[in-house]
Write a protein that binds this ligand. Structure first.
Ligand SMILES: NC(=O)C1=CN([C@@H]2O[C@H](COP(=O)(O)OP(=O)(O)OC[C@H]3O[C@@H](n4cnc5c(N)ncnc54)[C@H](OP(=O)(O)O)[C@@H]3O)[C@@H](O)[C@H]2O)C=CC1
Ligand SMILES: O=C([O-])CC(=O)C(=O)O
Length: 438
């Protein structure tokens, strides 16, 4: 049954959410209904019902204008509404489109509800969620959309689900790329780079074709640095500066370990950089880090612990967690994605910085150009960042950075066929590991 066949006076209150979902799924593409209590008639007029102060439904009033087109909307989110009125009366900002891939996965299951609640973009920012799944996950994705419906988030104005990135990424202002194939038993790192690289090449092309020209892209799916590079290289019309690989979880893990050792609450720890790859070669920088404004090395006077135990703990934290949980970090990863976005949309506290995997071209640290490398960033809150200049290095830090840089350069050579840089040569140093593989 198409929504067009509904009794126009049949309001939301008469329908169970699963009925709404079913009805909306049976609406042909580009054919929509409207809410509050707006439904489309066969004549394409819109019928509106308003609720009186006594909460009684009034007789429908016919409106003539065409409802807004919403491709692939889901359930209650297919209903249109007068957002303009809310922008005016509630001082809401203009709706933003946030695309999420791997939306039926574990990380997304935490993240989507944070995005919809307003805790990420703020209590005055209405949001449209555009969820990318696959044939394999489409049922699960409907389940996710149903849970979003049932959560009644005031700021969540649109949800759409789909399996075609060219549709899902349309006009996206943020693209949170989480979906990736996990490395299976016996799978070579080079195979993982290739399989996931194909996904991120395709998604880069789609972003290039249909996303907002200023879309901010955060790549989470592993190996995230090289996936971000592939995505960026396939999206030449989007500024390279707009691509990030998520290393914020590593920064958060490092802060926690430093706080634990120093016996302070973790909000006292600042200026922590993760350098390099989101892998076991990553470098958690204790040289520039501070506790209560004092250099960490003056608070934790155990250099051996910092160089060995601390560093390894952060590098392998993901793997230890998998051993305990039987699956990789999902909740804390989602939290760190929230942190990463908020770091770009709010001004960085004075004197502090945050880590993100960003393109190395023009970096002031002497790191090879042409790779996505985690470095210290600051933002004035407009969605962009600049690299922090006033950081210090010693031989230890330089040597460690060189190792993770070599790993990323090798990964880059391994995916040359996906970045348009020629024939791939895979000479990965040893069998480099994701944090979760240890
Ligand atoms: N950067 C970081 O700090 C961290 C990164 N990660 C990474 O994030 C990614 C997602 O993690 P998580 O949500 O826990 O994983 P899940 O396994 O729960 O979900 C991953 C999603 O990836 C999608 N996917 C895409 N291609 C494939 C494929 N070929 N085979 C199987 N699934 C595929 C699936 O969705 P669909 O079928 O819809 O495409 C699936 O829902 C992983 O790559 C993980 O390693 C995890 C923790 C930290
Ligand atoms: O390897 C994984 O999937 C998990 C991961 O990245 C992490 O925990 O940092």
């Amino acid at each position: 049954m198409a929504v067009a066949e509904l009794n126009p006076a049949f309001t939301k209150t008469h329908l169970h959410s699963s009925q709404l979902s079913f009805l909306s799924r049976s609406v042909p593409k580009h054919q929509h209904c409207a809410f509050p209590a707006l439904y489309r008639t066969p004549q394409h007029a819109r019928i509106s019902c308003s609720v009186t102060q006594q909460n009684q439904v009034q007789a429908p009033a016919v409106q003539t204008q065409e409802p807004k087109s919403k491709p692939d909307c889901y359930g209650v989110f297919c209903l249109t509404y007068d957002l303009k009125a809310e922008e005016e009366t509630k001082s809401w900002k203009k709706l933003i489109n946030v695309a999420v891939s791997g939306a039926a996965g574990m990380i997304s299951n935490h993240l989507l509800f944070k995005l919809a609640s307003g805790e990420v973009f703020g209590p005055d920012q209405p949001i449209a969620l555009k969820l990318l799944g696959s044939e394999r996950s489409i049922q699960a994705l409907e389940g996710v959309a149903m849970e979003l419906e049932d959560s009644l988030f005031p700021l969540l104005r649109e949800v759409s689900i789909g399996i075609d990135p060219y549709e899902v990424f349309q006009d996206a202002e943020w693209a949170l790329l989480i979906g990736a194939k996990p490395r299976g038993p016996g799978m070579e790192r080079a195979d993982l780079l290739d399989i996931n690289g194909q996904i991120f090449a395709a998604q880069g092309k789609a972003l290039n074709a249909v996303a907002s020209r200023n879309v901010k892209v955060i790549v989470v799916g592993n190996p995230c640095n090289t996936n971000a590079l592939i995505c960026m290289k396939n999206a030449p019309n989007i500024p390279a500066k707009n691509f990030h690989a998520l290393t914020r979880l590593d920064e958060n893990r490092a802060k926690c370990q430093l706080a634990l050792k120093a016996g302070v609450f973790y909000d006292k720890v600042s200026n922590v950089t993760i350098w390099g790859n989101h892998s076991t070669t990553q470098v958690p920088d204790f040289l520039n880090a501070k506790i209560d404004g004092v250099p960490v090395i003056d608070v934790i006077k155990d250099r051996k612990w910092l160089e060995e135990e601390f560093t390894e703990k952060v590098q392998k934290r993901g793997g230890v967690l998998i051993q305990k949980w039987g699956r990789s970090s999902a909740a804390s990863t989602a939290v760190s994605i929230v942190d990463a976005i908020r770091s770009l949309v709010t001004p960085t506290p004075k004197g502090d910085w945050f880590s993100s995997g960003v393109y190395t071209d023009g970096n002031p640290y002497g790191i090879d150009e042409g790779i996505v490398f985690s470095m210290p960033c600051r933002s004035n809150g407009d969605g962009n960042y600049e690299l922090v200049k006033d950081v210090i290095f010693d031989d230890y830090l330089r040597n460690r950075i060189a190792k993770t840089e070599a790993e990323l350069l090798a990964e880059k050579r391994c995916v040359a066929h996906l970045t348009g840089e020629g024939i791939a040569v895979c000479d990965l140093p040893g069998d480099t590991m994701l944090p979760g593989e240890m």
